[in-house]
Design a protein around this ligand. Sequence first.
Ligand code: B12
Ligand code: SF4
Ligand code: SF4
Length: 213
Amino acid sequence: MIEHITVLLSSSGLILRGGFDFKPGEDAPAKAILLVGHGGADYWPHFQRWRKLHDGVADPLDTWSRIVIDEVADAVNARAVYPSDRPYLPFQQWAMRAEGLRPSPLGILMHPEFGLWHAYRGALLFDRALVLGEAPKTRHLCDDCPDKPCLTACPVGAFSAGGYDVGACRLHVRGDGVACRGQGCLARNACPHDAYRYPAEVQAFHMDAFVYG
Ligand code: B12
Ligand code: SF4
Ligand code: SF4
C-alpha cells in the first residue's frame, strides 16, 4: 500500500512523510496515520499548472492539496485531514513521532535532509493498524550549530527566548519588510542547511498567505 500511495502522489510532487500506529487506549483520531507533504518545493510546478486553470480560487494551495490527497484517501480507504482544519490538529507533534524530528529555535521542525524547507499538506487516517515500525533515529542539526544565525537575522527580533512575536513579524512584513515579502523570512533563510531552500517565488507566495491570509 505504501508503494501504491507513493505512486499516486508522485504526479503532484508530494511525498509520504512517515507515519505510525497510535497506541491502544491513546486519545487518537484513528488507529494509524500517514503524513503527506514535501521536502523542498517539488509540488510547486504541479500546483502552478492546476492554479492557472483555476484562477481566483480561494486558498488555492489548501484547495489543491485537498483535491490531490482526498483522491488518494479514497483509493486506499483512508480519511484525509489537513493542517488548516479547525480545531487545529497537532501536525507537528505527529511529524515528530513519524519522522523523529525536533523543532528548530524558529518553531519549524528541523529535518536531517530538508533542513527547514519542508511542510505537511495533509494526513491519511486509517481505522486499521499499519505496523510501520519505529521512526528513524535522526541527528538534530540544531544541536551542532553553536552560532544559531537564524536567531539573529530577523530585523525586528521576532524570535527570542520568549518565543515568536507574530505581531512584530506581520507588522514588519506588511510595512518596511521588502526583503521578507519578496524573498521570504530572513531568519529561515539564514540557516546553513539550505539544499532544499524554496525558490524566492514560492517563499513570496507563502509569505503573502501568512501576512494577508
Ligand atoms: C497557527 C499556525 C501558525 C501561526 C502561529 C501562531 C502561534 N504563535 O502559535 C502563524 C500564522 C504565525 C504561523 C506562521 C507560520 N507557519 Co504555521 N502553522 C500554524 C498551524 C495552522 C496550527 C498550529 C497549531 O496551533 N497546531 C495545534 C497544536 C495542538 O499542534 P502542535 O503540533 O502541538 O503545534 C505546534 C506548533 O503550533 C508549534 N508552534 C508554536 N508556535 C509556532 C510558530 C511557528 C512559526 C511554527 C512554524 C510552529 C509553532 O508548537 C506547537 C507545539 O508542538 C500549523 C498546522 C497545524 N495544524 O499544526 C502550521 C504550521 C506549524 N506552520 C508551518 C509553517 C511552515 C509556518 C511558517 C514558517 C511558514 C509559512 N506558513 O509561510 C510561518 C512563519 C512565518 C514566518 N516568519 O515565516 C508548518 C511547519 C512545518 C514544519 N516544517 O515544521 C505547519 C505545520 C503547517 C504545514 N502546512 O506544514 N503558523
Ligand atoms: S541556523 Fe542553526 S539553530 Fe537555526 S535552524 Fe539552522 S541549524 Fe538550527
Ligand atoms: S518574516 Fe521577516 S520579520 Fe518575520 S520573522 Fe522572518 S525575518 Fe523576521
